[in-house]
Each structure stands twice: as structure tokens, then as C-alpha cells.
Ligand binder design. Structure first.
Ligand code: ADP
Ligand code: MG
Length: 338
């Protein structure tokens, strides 16, 4: 099973500029979580802090009991091996073919034989739908293939935690869904803990088990997908709709004068953009039939039912509705809101 990641009161600044403060959340082991947030809110900074590339000023980030923020270089080096990271552009070496790119961490960090390396690389290329492409150079393949190659490389050291930065950047909606399917299938196969940073709303609504959102230098919420997807928080609703109507402005939060001027335009009939109806909780994507069952889904059900009473009523309703009659009996809940 993947490792749990416990983040407590994490605060990161550059000089006088605070990027985010007091971020507290737990990535449940083996579940798929997503972190949303407007551009520039520090999502990439957060991922880099989790692997110790950046040092937060306050707080803790615990993985198997090791605090990434304060641990020794030696512990950091060891703990980093638990992570597989898929950077935004795949971060492949342009002059190496896909085989050598994917083999790179194995050659750097292990003493495996070339035949063992070959077996592992071909297996990971196969999992990511790249079988047969091992001789291609990064420049010769599509953006979607480059990302999948980056994922294959992130998988070779058998990570327990997989971090993904904006997997949809540069991809069309269909290719974004295909790579999302690969994430869920990889999760089903190796039960790793996932954190996907994205502002792709289709992905956010249908892929992760848990969702959080960074906004105004804080983590507005983090929890089971049903909580954010039924939230009445204006910034969350605006973000999900992709509309100009709301507190999020062109480059940051709107000031009150801008908000009033824009509001007058929208009231006079100017289209605020985005889609109107994002109500409800769409069905979640599953691992491809034939894959092992996602253990995270099963564990999440028990976990969410144990905290059900702490969740907002709309989220509770959706969670209970999504259970089968047998599960409702098992958890001793009924659809009382209909
Ligand atoms: N190494 C750095 N030094 C100084 N400022 C940085 C550094 N890295 C990121 N920032 C700043 O942190 C903020 C958040 O950046 P980023 O994490 O890239 O946002 P996001 O990924 O959410 O779009 C930006 O204002 C950016 O300029
Ligand atoms: Mg970023």
C-alpha cells in the first residue's frame, strides 16, 4: 500500500511574499487526491515542498514518520525514493530515446543488471500505453505520449507516492481523460498514493477520491470529493464553473471596486462565461475492467463513512445515495433526505 502523507500547519514564503500558510491535510494512503487552485496560488511550490526541493518555514510534512521539512539530508535522500514525480512537461532528456529516459533512474539509483532494467522499463512502458515506442526521441512524439513517458519514468523505482503537476497542460480533453485513466489503472495496480495538481475541472470532478483547493494563500478545503463538489463556497463554485462572476479575478482576488463594476456588467446581461450548471456529483471514473480492484476505493468507503457525520449535509446525502442497499445496511444509514 502507498504511504500516507500528513501535512500539518505548513507555511511557505519567498522573502516577504507568503505563498500559502497553515496548510493542513492528510493524503490517505493509496487514494487519489487532487489539489485545485487558480494559477499562481503555489500548487507547484506545494509539490516541490513535499519532496524537499523547497523548504517551508513552518509546519511539518510527515511520511512514514519522517518530517521532510526538518529531516537530515540522509533521511531526505531515502524518503525521496518513495516518490515518483511527473512534472508538467514530462521533463524528459531530449537527446535520449524513451527507453533510456525511463531507464535513467534505475541506472542512477540502483545496481540492477541491464537485463533486469530492460524488463522493468518495458513493463512500465507497457502500463503507460507506450509499448513499441521505446526507440522514439521525445521530440518525435505527441505531448500526451511525452507525459505518459514521464509517468513511466516516475514508476520505475516502485513509488509509494506519485505527484503529478498539471497532467492536462497542452492536452486536449480526450487525451486528458486517457491519461487520467492511466492514473487510475496505475493506482489499481500498485495502490500508490496520488496527488494530482490541476485546474482541469473535468478531471477534478470525475477522477480523484479527495479534492482540495488552494485560494487566498490558504487551503480552502480538503476532503472527500463530494464535499468540494457540493460546496456553496463562492470561490469554489466560481472555479468549478470557470466563470468571471465571483471573487477570483484576472490575476488574483478582485478588489471591491472591480467586483462591483463587473457585477453591474453581469447584471446588465453581459455573459460572465463558463458553464451554469455544475451541480451534483458526477459518477467517478473507474479502473479499466480487467484491472485489479482499486483498494483505495474500498478503504475510502470505510474512512468516509467513519467521518460522515462531520461532513456538510449535501455531501452526506450524495455519499449515502451512492451506496448500494447492502452497503447502506452495512453502514447503518438510510436515504432519509429524498
Ligand atoms: N523559487 C522561487 N522563488 C521565488 N518565488 C517563487 C519561486 N517559485 C515560485 N515562486 C512564486 O510562487 C508563486 C506560486 O507559484 P507556483 O507554485 O508556480 O503556482 P501554481 O503552480 O499554483 O500556478 C508565484 O508567485 C511564483 O512567482
Ligand atoms: Mg504550477
Amino acid at each position: 500500500m502507498g504511504a500516507e502523507v500528513v501535512v500539518e500547519g505548513l507555511t511557505k514564503s519567498f522573502g516577504k511574499q507568503t505563498i500559502w500558510r497553515d496548510v493542513t491535510m492528510t493524503l490517505p494512503a493509496g487514494e487519489v487526491s487532487a489539489l485545485l487552485g487558480p494559477s499562481g496560488t503555489g500548487k507547484s511550490v506545494f509539490l516541490k515542498s513535499m519532496i524537499g526541493l523547497l523548504k517551508p518555514e513552518r509546519g511539518r510534512c510527515l511520511i512514514n514518520g519522517v518530517d521532510i521539512v526538518t529531516c537530515s539530508e540522509r533521511q531526505l535522500y531515502e524518503t525521496r525514493k518513495l516518490f515518483g514525480v511527473l512534472f508538467q512537461d514530462g521533463a524528459l532528456f531530449g537527446s535520449m530515446n524513451l527507453f533510456d529516459n525511463v531507464a535513467f533512474p534505475l541506472r542512477e539509483h540502483t545496481r540492477k543488471s541491464e537485463s533486469e532494467i530492460k524488463r522493468i522499463v518495458l513493463e512500465k512502458l507497457d502500463i503507460t500505453g507506450l509499448a513499441g515506442a521505446e526507440k522514439k526521441l521525445p521530440g518525435e512524439i505527441s505531448g500526451g505520449m511525452r507525459k505518459r513517458a514521464g509517468l513511466a519514468r516516475a514508476l520505475v523505482l516502485d513509488p509509494e507516492i506519485i505527484l503529478v503537476d498539471e497532467p492536462d497542460s497542452g492536452l486536449d480533453p480526450v487525451r486528458t481523460t486517457y491519461i487520467s485513466q492511466v492514473f487510475l489503472d496505475v493506482n489499481a495496480q500498485i495502490d500508490a498514493t496520488f496527488l494530482i495538481v490541476t485546474h482541469n475541472i473535468n478531471l477534478a470532478r470525475t477522477v480523484p477520491d479527495n479534492i482540495g483547493m488552494l485560494y487566498r494563500k490558504e487551503l480552502v478545503m480538503f476532503g472527500p470529493r463530494e464535499v468540494l463538489l457540493t460546496s456553496e463556497e463562492p470561490a469554489v463554485k466560481q472555479f468549478l464553473r470557470g466563470s468571471m462572476d465571483g471573487p477570483i479575478g484576472m490575476s488574483e482576488e478582485k478588489d471591491s471596486a472591480t467586483a462591483a463594476a463587473e457585477q453591474a456588467l453581469f447584471e446588465a446581461g453581459h455573459h460572465a462565461g463558463g458553464v451554469e450548471d455544475i451541480s451534483g456529483v458526477p459518477e467517478q471514473m473507474q479502473a479499466t475492467p480487467g484491472m485489479p480492484e482499486r483498494q483505495g476505493v474500498r478503504r475510502r468507503k470505510d474512512r468516509v463513512m467513519s467521518i460522515l457525520h462531520t461532513l456538510p449535509p449535501a455531501a452526506q446525502r450524495h455519499i449515502i445515495d451512492s451506496l448500494s442497499p447492502a452497503e447502506q445496511h452495512h453502514y447503518n444509514v438510510r436515504q432519509v433526505w429524498r
